[in-house]
Design a protein around this ligand. Structure first.
Ligand code: GLA
Length: 378
């Protein structure tokens, strides 16, 4: 994101001296989808696309915020119990309120923000927004909160102020991302390890179906509820603890839908470990195989894909892509593709053609560069 544009807008709207600039990235996730709220493992990396905000305390109890991309302006009182109605500002309001609840002496501020993380594409634009403001307010109001606390504040914002019962993956990686590395996070213990991502002969590329997902509402939370019904029946804490035998043992008492959803999660927890092993051996063909299996599960069992995205994955397979799958929560958005360098050009050219021919709209190619986590720019 071009921070100069943000700054020009800031000057135009609020005048006076410059504020401080902060950025926080969106993410990819190599594998481990819908495992975070089941206490499993995930394998994300931060991307170079990010949300950038210029922020300057204004000496009042009011926030004055302008969202560049949406061309939307809003003011709210940080002491108000209700906060703004518009969802895009509720993310900021939630972060403010939860930081106050965590003892940070937040005051009013002026801000202009925007970014190049596509919205509703499965790249976590909302987590980027939360992490960006968490980082900014922690710095400007001397919060001394740890990055993990800021990630938890972002997650709690989704739960309490937006209504999406998300896991911790997106906010975690937006805070902890490191250029050139993916991170394997154990969502139960919070332990994590950086895995340098340096395949010589392959690259990652996203293809955005441009079918926008909306998580606010029920489909995401429904999946989570299914997982909880299964763990309740088994008397265990999370699906991380569910073996195949345990699941088969209660199959008859579960709805077919809950059973299929749990089957996906139990398989996905295993696939993340297989991918970790494959990466230790630099075996990217094995990584790709697991990606296709994940897609099959997400589409057939977890039912979070759609015709456009299934088409993109089928095309990837036809064009000799090593691995491809829907990424993020699902319901549209991007596929993540692991492609051999010698197939790359043919793949991106051809998939754009066939997608347009099939659906009459364009898909978008987004090259992946693994970047850094949330930070102050200036
Ligand atoms: C969304 C949520 C994450 C995670 C993914 C699916 O991105 O915010 O917590 O559950 O979906 O893996």
């Amino acid at each position: 994101m071009d921070s100069n544009l943000i700054h020009l807008k800031f000057k135009e709207r609020f005048g006076g001296s410059a504020g401080s600039l902060y950025a926080a990235p969106g993410r990819i996730n190599l594998i481990g989808e819908h495992t975070d709220y089941n206490d499993g493992f995930v394998f994300p990396g931060a991307v170079s696309q990010s949300i950038v905000a210029e922020v300057r305390p204004n000496g009042t109890r009011w926030v004055r915020a302008y969202a560049m991309d949406l061309q939307h302006y809003c003011e709210f009182d940080i002491d108000s119990e209700e906060g703004p109605e518009s969802v895009c500002f509720r993310y900021i309001y939630g972060v403010v309120r939860l930081m106050m609840a965590n003892g940070v002496q937040v005051e009013g501020f002026d801000t202009v923000y925007g970014g190049d993380v596509p919205m509703g594409a499965g790249m976590s634009s909302s987590a980027a927004l939360e992490s960006c403001f968490g980082t900014a307010l922690n710095d400007l109001f001397h919060g001394n909160l740890e990055p993990m606390q800021l990630a938890l504040i972002g997650q709690a914002t989704e739960h309490q102020f937006v209504g999406v019962k998300c896991g911790i993956m997106d906010q975690f990686i937006s805070m902890y991302g490191r250029a050139g590395s993916l991170v394997r996070l154990d969502c139960r213990s919070g332990e994590y390890a950086y895995f340098p991502w340096h395949p010589q002969e392959y690259q990652l590329v996203l293809v955005n179906s441009c079918v926008k997902h909306v998580l606010v509402g029920s489909p995401y939370n429904d999946r989570r509820n299914s997982c909880e019904r299964v763990t309740q029946m088994l008397g265990i804490e999370t699906l991380r603890d569910c073996s195949w035998e345990m699941l088969e043992g209660v199959k008859e008492r579960l709805s077919p839908e809950d059973y299929r959803r749990a089957r996906f999660v139990v398989g996905e927890v295993e696939r993340v470990m297989r991918v970790s092993d494959a990466l230790e051996r630099d075996d990217y063909e094995a990584v790709g195989e697991q990606m296709y299996l994940t897609h099959e599960g997400l589409s057939r069992d977890y039912e979070v894909s759609c015709a456009e995205v299934d088409f993109l994955v089928a095309e990837a397979r036809r064009l000799g892509v090593t691995g491809a799958r829907i990424m993020g929560a699902g319901f549209g958005g991007c596929t993540l593709n692991l492609v051999r360098n010698d197939r790359y050009e043919a793949f991106v050219t051809e998939v754009q053609k066939t997608f347009a021919a099939q659906f009459g709209v364009e898909c978008k190619i987004i090259p992946v560069v693994i970047g850094d986590g949330a930070r102050k720019i200036k």
